[in-house]
Design a protein around this ligand. Structure first.
Ligand SMILES: C[S@@+](CC[C@H](N)C(=O)[O-])C[C@H]1O[C@@H](n2cnc3c(N)ncnc32)[C@H](O)[C@@H]1O
Length: 210
């Protein structure tokens, strides 16, 4: 019998998240993505300070993973919801992490003021609108397109990387074609931590052509 009966009923990703003291099982998806595409981390761990933007950062588990894996990252998180207690998130260094409550469709002025333009080395987006069972894929596609445009038109520096959640739909292929033009390589990958039956998939662009 499992030592802790509560842990026994959790799925693998939830157990892993608990074990690493992440605030959400979503962390395990990012860890699996970073393992699958090792060039992303290796290029960001070379000792120089790098900038990361995390769209849809609440409650903060991707901020935890980024802080844990990239020691010299300055991290900027954006979400409709406020993260009230950044200090309570294990691994997050409050001196190099800032979060902002905003809608990414209305974030241009804020991002300009942060001087992130063409300066970001990794943009992650795990954004998802509240699922209703209707139009979820098209809501997700709009968020992914916004993340892609922010990344490729405004924020990414040359050779930077892009990781973005999408609900797979007919429109996903067109976005992947765009990503193939913008990055040295672009792939779709579904980490094991994605729940069975979910349409969630992640687009990973490695090496922004600038
Ligand atoms: C699945 S959660 C992200 C979980 C997060 N990656 C973590 O690890 O803790 C999706 C988030 O996307 C955010 N979101 C959805 N639409 C957004 C928008 N237009 N602007 C900013 N954030 C948005 C939601 O508020 C929600 O917190």
């Amino acid at each position: 019998m499992a030592k802790n009966p509560r842990m026994a009923v959790l799925d693998f990703a939830s157990r892993e998240a608990k074990r690493s003291q992440y605030c959400s099982r979503a962390a395990v998806k990012l860890e699996q993505l970073l393992l699958k595409f090792p060039k992303v981390l290796s290029s960001l761990q070379k000792g120089k300070v790098v900038k990361c933007v995390d769209l849809g950062c609440h409650p903060g588990s991707w901020l935890q993973v980024l802080s844990r894996k990239i020691k010299k990252a300055e991290i900027y998180g954006f979400d409709l919801n406020e993260i009230e207690s950044l200090e309570s998130l294990k691994y997050v260094d409050v001196h190099r992490t800032r979060t902002f409550q905003c809608d990414v469709f209305e974030s241009d002025e804020l991002m300009n003021s942060l001087q992130l333009d063409k300066n970001v080395n990794l943009l992650t987006s795990d954004m998802m609108a509240k699922t209703t069972g209707q139009n979820d894929a098209s809501a997700s596609h709009e968020l992914a397109v916004r993340a892609f445009e922010l990344a490729t038109k405004d924020l990414l520096a040359k050779d930077a990387h892009f990781v973005c959640k999408i609900f797979e739909s007919e429109e996903t292929r067109a976005l992947k074609m765009e990503a193939k033009k913008a990055f040295a390589s672009a792939s779709l990958f579904r980490p094991d931590a994605v729940r069975k039956g979910s349409r969630e998939i992640y687009m990973v662009g490695v090496g922004f052509k600038g």
